[in-house]
Design a protein around this ligand. Sequence first.
Ligand SMILES: Cc1cc2nc3c(=O)[nH]c(=O)nc-3n(C[C@H](O)[C@H](O)[C@H](O)COP(=O)(O)OP(=O)(O)OC[C@H]3O[C@@H](n4cnc5c(N)ncnc54)[C@H](O)[C@@H]3O)c2cc1C
Length: 414
Amino acid sequence: MKPYSLWSLVRNGISYDKDWQQAWRSPEPKKHYDVVIIGGGGHGLATAYYLARECGVRNVAVIEKGWLGGGNTGRNTTIVRSNYLLDESAGIYEHAMKLWEGLSQELNYNVMFSQRGLLHLAHSVHDMQEIGRRGNAIHLNGIDSEFLNPQQIKKMLPIINLNCRYPVMGGLLQRRGGTARHDAVAWGYARGADDMGVDIIQNCAVEGFDIQNGEVKGVRTSKGLIGAGKVGCVVAGHSSVLAEMAGFRMPLESVPLQALVSEPVKPVIDCVVMSNGIHVYVSQSDKGELVVGAGSDAYISYSQRGSFDQIEHVVGPLVELFPLFSRLRMLRQWGGIVDVTTDRSPILSKTPVKNLFINCGWGTGGFKCTPGSGHLFAHSIAQGEMHEKAAPFSIDRFNTGALIDEGAAAAVAH
Ligand SMILES: Cc1cc2nc3c(=O)[nH]c(=O)nc-3n(C[C@H](O)[C@H](O)[C@H](O)COP(=O)(O)OP(=O)(O)OC[C@H]3O[C@@H](n4cnc5c(N)ncnc54)[C@H](O)[C@@H]3O)c2cc1C
């Protein structure tokens, strides 16, 4: 595949953009692959990319029931950070951050990774203690974080109202945090994987597994049986559904998580602002829209849509923090199905079925780990053993009690 370059932009501009190559093929499935990845979101595509790129496994298919990135990858608010509390989390999220920092170059695809900084606000003594504990833990793990006092926050964000009902007492800033363009991440990985021979098969739902003597041999799909040496299941909110097809249960709850976006305006905030205490987070997209994260619904559901109660729940605190935004019109609202674990940490694991691996439980915050998750999962599948950074996130922790509790670091949906 020809690389994208300034020259290719000029050449295709002259030919009225009619000669761009397709970014990836749409092949019919082969009878058998060494590895089948179920789920064409960012994590599944990244897994396929690193399998081909770093593990030398190129006879790979990604099976997606809809279109690439049509799940949570294309529905999230694109926040990237690595400021979690525990060592295990630092291991995977910082691994991802380092991959993000070179990703556009690696993929020859602009994923619009913007390290504009990410600020967690504290509104109470409890919040201050939480950011204090977490900030120090982050430091000990060699990851950047800074405490800001209210004056420093005001300087950074002149339009913020510090004296809202729960006044802003301080903040924790990760300057390397920020946002990336979600679709571009899926498309960049898809293009890179396709270029190395990975078959990306869209509009093909996995409807069951071919399991013989406790070992997976393939997947039953809407396009017929596809044989597989190994299978990686990366289907986010539908992980329990797929696990049930394979005959085991997952410690997950699937709930809709919502977000909304405003009309575009001139630049007003140049960092990501998150408030766990009053529950809102907001960033401004490159187009100028304010991307506002709402909460998750209080009940289990597979309905991928927005609801009025969440608008009320999130717009109240948003306007308290930024009274200026009361004049904005909201343009769109949507939902995605996230799979949440009790310790708010993901699951990267072997399963009770031999050669069937699962990557899920990223809940409200998996976009930020897309490169890291794909990278570690690819190496784990190729080796047949979980990578050392992924091993603590095994499904077994819900039996052994070795939970990785990130409830506070993940308290606001992101
Ligand atoms: C509103 C919202 C805001 C969010 N904000 C953030 C944020 O700011 N930062 C952050 O880090 N994270 C955020 N997240 C979470 C993040 O989006 C997810 O953790 C992440 O995108 C999961 O990626 P994935 O590739 O695993 O899943 P997905 O992108 O959902 O991909 C899974 C794919 O599997 C496919 N699939 C399902 N069942 C089958 C089947 N039977 N056969 C074949 N294919 C199947 C689906 O169609 C889907 O395309 C947010 C999520 C939502 C919903």
